[in-house]
Design a protein around this ligand. Sequence first.
Ligand code: ZN
Length: 127
Amino acid sequence: MTTEEDVLTSLDHYEHAVIRVAGEFRAHDAPVEPRHVRLDDLDSIVVDYGTAGQCRTYSLGGLPAVASVEEAIVELTDLLQEKVLEAGDTAWPGCLPGHRHPPSARLVSGAAVWTCPEHGTTLARLG
Ligand SMILES: [Zn+2]
């Protein structure tokens, strides 16, 4: 069960995470970028994101309760990576050489990392 306190603690983690995820997306030339996180009318956590260079924002939710900033980075990245893939960059931000699938955001030993979904290899630190 998710209590109100869990939601507020999670929101705090997401607020820190969104800055690092935005940096990660910019570093890899993603066509979308997260702007900020907030509670919607139903007290569910949503992320507002936009297309690089445009003011218009879109929202995605509801993000699950998380216990750490690293976990929040994985959840945000996973959600927004879908939007990058839909925009046509189908392997973003790139897996191992020769792999045509996108890498997956995972929590490994408490840290947010990119991993190869086929080999399970850790590729790089995320955020
Ligand atoms: Zn791979």
